[in-house]
Design a protein around this ligand. Structure first.
Ligand SMILES: Cc1cc2nc3c(=O)[nH]c(=O)nc-3n(C[C@H](O)[C@H](O)[C@H](O)COP(=O)(O)OP(=O)(O)OC[C@H]3O[C@@H](n4cnc5c(N)ncnc54)[C@H](O)[C@@H]3O)c2cc1C
Length: 396
């Protein structure tokens, strides 16, 4: 078990599976070491994911951080509250305008306002508050309070595509999560905090360098003994299958998140520009080739049947890239849209205070200048822990 600070705990998955053990062995046969702890001395290698769970259930930040302190007199949690914009006096933030079921409300801050609406909505709220690119704000009828060209720019995200193989034995989640087996798994979850229903989307991991000259891995794999008939609806095939998806860790492509109107209920436009840069395309294709190499190794002979996504006919780099474009999508790790720094595109300084504005900080994934080389949940919690220390210190 590996603590990452505060009440949050990261646990090793309590169960292993022979088919995923075989996958990790196959990676070793392909020349990639076993690594049971990618948060240890080295990230490179293959093993099982660590998870933020307690008793088999996701241990969300709400459960970990809020539940223990809900009784505090200085804490008020208001649900169904939809932040609209920041209340200002000059360039000092005083509070937040929000709506509850359409009814306007306002909250005043005694000390400062902390925006933590995530990498998609924090830039949206800043823009709706008149902080951002003047031309874009005026286009939507918003008065410019403060020009900050970086708001909503520098969007980065992990892009994953997937390959899938049929499996010779009925040992995959495709079978264990339907019919009577599902009932068994439900009971396992209820009484033991174990089983298929405690599994994350990727169960085994891999971190590899696609080029030997790299200092650290540039591709991460998510492997599961499951395959998806409809990945968006999370519907599994009715035959045994397994899947493996690469994602490039530090993409060069940059996207944007900007408002489409001055109404806070309208979603902003996300333009991720996935695979725009040549390096990203090459790395993704290299990741797909390594995935196939691993799955074809003898250690998996007892399990692996035919590859059916994209299938053996998809061989050239162009074909693999075309496949990646067709089936790929976000790993839901957007960052960077209110990036920290001192350059003209930075939105917050190194204490997460919005440049040029008083009493306003942003504390969420949007402040990362670059995407981290792994999943983003724990890093965001660490940003929040650090921010809490800075806020307390600055208040003294
Ligand atoms: C489907 C999915 C699966 C994921 N799986 C993993 C994983 O396995 N491992 C991992 O490390 N990371 C995972 N992530 C990523 C991880 O959850 C995020 O990186 C992390 O939650 C980002 O934290 P945040 O505080 O920046 O934003 P969020 O966690 O998104 O928090 C922002 C909050 O602000 C609220 N909000 C937004 N706008 C408004 C508004 N106008 N008014 C009021 N409230 C508002 C939102 O409801 C939300 O509660 C996943 C993300 C998704 C979506």
């Amino acid at each position: 078990m590996h603590g990452v600070g505060g009440p949050l705990q990261v646990e090793d998955l309590s169960e292993t599976y022979p088919i995923l053990d075989a996958f990790i062995d196959a990676a070793e046969e392909a020349g990639y070491p076993k690594n049971p702890d990618y948060n240890g001395p080295t990230q490179e290698g293959f093993g099982y994911y660590q998870v933020t769970q307690k008793g088999g259930r996701r241990y969300s930040v709400s459960r970990a951080f809020l539940d223990p302190i809900r009784g505090r007199a200085n804490l008020k949690v208001e649900t169904d509250a939809f932040a609209r914009d920041v209340i200002f006096e000059g360039n000092k933030a005083l509070g937040i305008n929000y709506t509850v079921h359409g009814f306007p409300r306002a909250a005043r801050a005694r000390k400062e306002v902390i925006l933590c609406a995530g990498a998609i909505q924090s830039p949206q709220i800043l823009e709706l508050s008149g902080v951002g690119q003047p031309e874009l704000l005026r286009e939507h009828g918003i008065d410019v309070r403060h020009e900050l060209a970086g708001v909503g720019e520098n969007h980065q995200d992990h892009y994953i595509s997937r390959m899938a193989w049929k499996v010779k034995q009925p040992v995959t989640l495709n079978e264990t999560t339907r019919g009577l087996s599902l009932l068994t798994e439900g009971l396992k979850l209820l009484f033991q905090g174990k089983g298929a229903l405690t599994m994350p989307a990727g169960i085994a991991h891999g971190f590899v360098k696609t080029r030997p000259e790299l200092e650290t891995p540039d591709v991460q794999y998510h492997c599961a003994h499951a395959s998806f008939a409809d990945p968006h609806k999370r519907i599994l095939h009715d035959f045994p299958g397994m899947s493996l998806g690469p994602c490039q860790l530090r993409p060069e492509s940059r996207g944007t998140v900007h408002i489409l109107s001055d109404d806070h209920r309208d979603r902003p436009a996300i333009k991720p520009n996935f695979l725009k840069e040549e390096l990203d395309r090459e790395t993704h294709v290299a990741g797909l080739k390594i995935a196939r190499d691993i799955l074809e190794r003898p250690a998996l002979d007892a399990y692996r049947d035919v590859e059916f996504v994209p299938g053996p006919d998809c061989r050239t780099d162009d074909e693999l890239l075309d496949h990646a474009r067709r089936v790929g999508g976000t790993v839901y790790h957007p960052v960077g849209t209110c990036k920290m720094g001192n350059d003209p595109m930075a939105v917050v300084d190194d204490r997460l205070r919005v440049h040029g504005i008083g009493g306003l900080r942003v504390v969420d994934a949007s402040v990362m200048p670059r995407l981290v080389s792994g999943n983003t949940n724990a890093p965001v919690i660490m940003i929040a822990e650090k921010a809490a220390d800075m806020i307390k210190k600055d208040a003294r």
